[in-house]
Design a binder for this molecule. Structure first.
Ligand SMILES: Cc1cc2nc3c(=O)[nH]c(=O)nc-3n(C[C@H](O)[C@H](O)[C@H](O)COP(=O)(O)O)c2cc1C
Length: 169
């Protein structure tokens, strides 16, 4: 798929079939995730791939809007042990967000549906997920990416607004 098509086709998927996501596809998604940019190339991320359906249910229970029947979840976690020091520490959020978008676009490319469910900076949700996944204090979940085979073909959408672009020549 052309990148431009993936950009337009990527939509939040909230209805999935019963079909599981293959290990090959998960492997592709992890490669995409770690191809992203990161500040000073610190790569302060960990990825938790939950395929176990009992644990998946517990993960989804931590979230407000996520009970969509997805078959797998990838939790993108900022690992503060590898984050930059001082006032650059919070760059982990951007690094992990770039990895997240790479996962979403590659998922679209593979014909999978996906939905980014926000976690950070909601303290209660962070603590619940840390417990379910057995994370350490310095491992902060940024989001839960739901994945599966979509029930319906997502509608392509163009959101371009010229007035939001400020060109300084
Ligand atoms: C930081 C962030 C948090 C989000 N959290 C949720 C969520 O908890 N549940 C959900 O169904 N969608 C969530 N979304 C998806 C947005 O609702 C969705 O991207 C937006 O409505 C635009 O629709 P689209 O993804 O189909 O382009 C989140 C997206 C972002 C970027």
């Amino acid at each position: 798929m052309e990148l431009k098509d993936a950009l337009l086709k990527r939509r939040s998927c909230r209805k999935y079939t019963e079909e599981l996501v293959s290990d090959e596809d998960i492997n592709e998604l992890m490669h995409a995730a770690m191809s992203g940019p990161s500040a000073m190339n610190k790569k302060p991320w960990d990825f938790y791939v939950v395929q176990n359906q009992d644990i998946l249910k517990k993960v989804i229970k931590c979230l407000l809007f996520a009970n969509y029947g997805a078959k797998v979840a990838i939790i993108v976690v900022g690992n503060l042990h590898r984050a930059l020091p001082f006032d650059m520490k919070e760059f982990w959020i951007q690094d992990c967000s770039a990895a997240t978008e790479n996962i979403l676009l590659r998922a679209t490319d593979l014909g999978l549906g996906s939905c980014w469910c926000g976690v950070y900076p909601r303290k209660g949700t962070i603590a619940k997920l840390q417990e379910v996944l057995g994370l350490k204090e310095k491992q902060i979940p940024l989001n839960v990416i739901l994945l599966g085979h979509p029930k319906n073909e997502p509608e392509e959408r163009e959101q371009y607004e010229e007035k939001r672009v400020h060109i300084i020549k």
